[in-house]
Design a protein around this ligand. Structure first.
Ligand SMILES: Nc1ncnc2c1ncn2[C@@H]1O[C@H](COP(=O)(O)OP(=O)(O)OP(=O)(O)O)[C@@H](O)[C@H]1O
Ligand SMILES: [Mg+2]
Length: 564
């Protein structure tokens, strides 16, 4: 800034002070003075907020101010994005060497292009925040994959755990749960149930290693699994592949079982003792789709058995009841609002009385909003997960999301009503019961408010005391499965210890019982300390020998898992 300008600034400063403005207000006025007039006009027209204008005003060059301003207006970027981009531009302006300047500008234009193509996704914001000139830029294949702390996989093999594990295998997420012995805390590992196939040549391996991304080699193919796959896919504008579709093993994904097996092994670790119980979630039979769960359940049982566990299927809605309604004597309604499905369970003293699933969940919302307003479903999903308030939608996309959320909740409540009223052997509840929602789709702000509004519009056949969210909606199903596994383990131990303490088992384990534990030839993998080493040893052919028929002792698959 030259002496003249300084003099003008100082003059203005003292003039404004004389008018009684605070230092903050004066700084603001001075900052806005630095704005290019065309950018200021956008503020006057209400297209840019004051917070955005202040961030833009920190940029020295008028041309660059205009560039950021037009991007912010066109892409409706929030102030936090404008702040990060403004920082980036200022760093570029201050670079000491031409090479450094070029790196910043290359990165800026890469980012601009990404935002133009796919909108302001959280992955892009992470990229901007973590960019440094010494780190190469995305298209040179060097993106840092940012893991959030609560989704980092911690090896269960290195922990002292109680016997018994829970596994929630979902269309979008896969979550393992175990109970730490030292402090009685439940520990979780959660990852996207997704993968990317990569070449297994030396160059690719080196690149992935440099980025710190785990990958698995199977024959001549390589795979990146879980969250890193999802984030890499976002950055490179690819779609991940998913082993599951609409709540079940995908019929169109040939590598589905291999991937589920690799992810389960990574998240669960190996069993501590032969045939350790692992309760895993399965959907109830869908009421609105042709498929049934026999193959899905059998396939997952085989996967877990190969890993050395004794698998116990557990209905997903029932797992919600198990995790959340202990204080209500396991009586109430549990709904898992997932990515591929909604799973409902009405339980009476831990026994499921009515269970069913619908094949409408988060994906259904994304796809419908996408086709209604003509934008890619992945983008709708990013907007949805990025923070929408169902009670206060801010734009056309958010309004469409609200419409489909309401429709989904109405549909779920109506279906519960119809099913409950048409079933012949429903329990009579002596007092109002609680209704608990879990699953990622229930995480959106305002979900319970909208749920209660829709609930008040229908003549629900059961008196409900409270409608609430699970304590940790995304992990509640895994927590319920873990409770069932711990319970099953305790019951088995009592049986082994003698007749005096036998059969205090909960009805839950009977409902989800499949193969008697002594008929399994489960064997934990021997002498391996790291899961990744084991992962490479899972042979695809091992997980293809699936049961063709329903195992003995299984509840009838067509009766919605209900005990009569
Ligand atoms: N903050 C959020 N707001 C809205 N939706 C969210 C949020 N976070 C996650 N979701 C959605 O939650 C869904 C995933 O939830 P969840 O992990 O419970 O499903 P899943 O168990 O994998 O699927 P399913 O049980 O149907 O097989 C996705 O549709 C995702 O977009
Ligand atoms: Mg689920």
């Amino acid at each position: 800034m030259g002496e003249e300008a300084k003099g003008f600034g100082e003059q203005l400063y003292s003039r404004l002070q004389g008018k009684g403005l605070s230092k903050y207000q004066i700084d603001k006025v001075l900052a806005l003075q630095r704005l290019d007039s065309e950018v200021s006009d956008l503020g006057v027209k209400g297209l840019l907020s004051e917070a955005q204008l202040l961030e833009i005003s920190k940029i020295g060059s008028a041309a660059r101010q205009k560039q950021l301003a037009s991007l912010a207006v066109e892409k409706n970027l929030p102030a936090s994005w404008v702040r990060e981009l403004s920082k980036l531009i200022r760093k570029a302006e201050k670079s000491r060497t031409e090479a450094e300047t070029n790196k910043y500008w290359d990165f800026f234009f890469e980012i601009k292009e990404m935002i133009e193509k796919e909108g302001a996704s959280p992955a892009i914001l992470q990229l901007i925040k973590h960019f440094h000139v010494d780190k190469p830029i995305p298209h040179q294949g060097s993106v840092e994959v940012v893991e959030s702390a609560d989704r980092r996989v911690l090896s269960f093999n290195k922990m002292d755990l109680e016997l018994g594990r829970g596994l929630d295998v979902g269309t979008v997420n896969i979550c393992a749960a175990a109970l730490r012995r030292e402090d009685g805390e439940v520990v979780y590992n959660i990852q996207r149930n997704a993968f990317l196939d990569v070449r297994s040549d030396t160059f690719t391996k080196k690149m992935l290693m440099k980025l710190g991304i785990d990958y698995i080699v199977q024959g001549d193919k390589g795979y990146v699994l879980g969250d890193p796959a999802f984030e890499l896919a976002n950055i490179f504008e690819k779609n991940t592949r998913r082993p599951m579709k609409d709540g079940m093993i995908s019929p169109v994904e040939p590598e589905a079982l291999l991937i589920v097996s690799l992810l389960a092994a990574e998240l669960l670790g190996h069993p501590q003792s032969q045939g350790e119980v692992c309760a895993f979630s399965v959907p109830a039979d869908p009421i609105d789709a042709e498929r049934n769960v026999i193959y899905h359940r059998g396939a997952l049982e085989t996967v877990l058995r190969k890993l050395g566990y004794s698998p116990k299927p557990m209905l997903e809605g029932h797992a919600v009841v198990f995790a959340e309604l202990a204080e209500q004597d396991f009586t109430g309604i549990g709904i898992s609002c997932g990515g591929g499905m909604f799973n409902v369970c009405i339980a009476y003293k831990s026994v499921p009385a009515l269970t069913f699933s619908t094949s409408r969940g988060g994906d259904w919302i994304d796809n419908n909003v996408a086709s209604a307003i003509g934008m890619p479903a992945s983008l709708v999903c990013a907007v949805k997960e990025g923070g929408v308030d169902l009670k206060n939608p801010k734009d056309r996309v958010q309004e469409a999301i609200v419409i489909y959320y309401r429709n989904l909740i109405q549909y779920t409540l109506e279906t519960i009503k119809q099913r409950f009223e048409s079933a012949s052997n429903m329990p009579t509840f002596s007092k109002p019961i609680d209704l608990v929602c879990a699953g990622g789709t229930s995480l959106i702000e305002g979900f319970i408010d909208v749920f209660m509004e829709e609930f008040s519009k229908i003549n629900f056949p059961i008196e409900v005391a409270r409608i609430r969210l699970a304590r940790d909606p995304l992990r509640a199903i895994a927590a319920g499965c873990l409770q069932a596994a711990l319970e099953e383990t305790r019951a088995l131990r009592e049986v082994q210890e003698g007749p005096a303490s036998t059969l205090k088992r909960t009805p839950v384990t009977k409902v989800s019982e499949t193969i008697p534990i002594d008929r399994l030839s489960a064997r934990p993998p021997a002498g391996k300390s790291e899961e990744l080493v084991e992962l490479e040893e899972v042979q695809p052919e091992e997980i293809e020998d699936l049961p063709a028929e329903k195992p003995p002792g299984q509840p009838n698959d067509r009766d919605d898992g209900r005990r009569r």
